[in-house]
Unconditional design. Structure first.
Length: 212
């Protein structure tokens, strides 16, 4: 690709701009039309780039799907972490703040919800692996709310992993049904209920007798 500038835009800037346009097009079409119904030509039309520029950035629509998925899940994680605030607060309060911020992102962009919880399912083993890894990462984030507390220090690693799996399973299924019901009931009710559930589960694990 020519390294010359056109209209004051460098080759690097052009690549970044076209990638951004394709990522935005991917979110729009995968999140509305659906991944399986979307073609490279449709993506390029939506992005306002020619077909050849698609293949400068991505080998396939599956690669674009993964890139869009990564951006969507990063938005969710960043919002949740930013909302946590004082880590010394009660677990339920921390969970409520993080979940409300998480759910706010979901509610504000139904396309994101469709990509993260629906369009990535059953695509390929590679996408499935990425999905499961990211969901477990979300679970670890939830467990981290209590992991730094003194009473959590002796929780076995296998228990932490199971807590992460259980937490993300509960939240993911709830988000799927909530999105499918046009975000009803109200977000604050969903956040409060999930926060109570996660706090109760954490308390049960922390207070359970340890095997010797």
């Amino acid at each position: 690709m020519s390294g010359r500038s056109y209209g004051g835009e460098s080759a690097t800037d052009r690549l970044a701009r076209r990638r951004r346009q394709l990522l935005d097009a991917g979110l729009e079409l995968f999140g509305t039309t659906g991944y399986r119904a979307t073609t490279v030509r449709q993506l390029c039309r939506e992005a306002k780039v020619s077909d050849r520029y698609f293949y400068e950035q991505f080998d396939s629509t599956e690669d674009l799907l993964l890139a869009v998925y990564d951006e969507c899940t990063a938005r969710l994680e960043e919002a949740a972490v930013a909302a946590l605030g004082d880590p010394g607060d009660a677990v339920q309060d921390l969970a409520r703040r993080g979940l409300d911020a998480f759910l706010s992102v979901v509610e504000s962009d139904p396309r994101l919800a469709r990509v993260v919880w629906f369009e990535v399912l059953g695509v390929s083993p590679r996408v499935e692996t990425a999905y499961l890894a990211r969901m477990q990462s979300f679970g670890h984030l939830m467990v981290a709310v209590v992991a730094g507390r003194a009473e959590a220090e002796d929780v076995p690693e296998v228990t932490r992993e199971l807590m992460a799996t259980t937490a993300v399973g509960a939240v993911s299924y709830t988000v799927m049904t909530w999105a499918n019901a046009a975000f009803s009931p109200a977000r604050d009710e969903v956040a409060e209920t999930l926060a109570r559930f996660l706090a109760g589960a954490a308390t049960a694990v922390l207070e359970s007798p340890r095997s010797t």
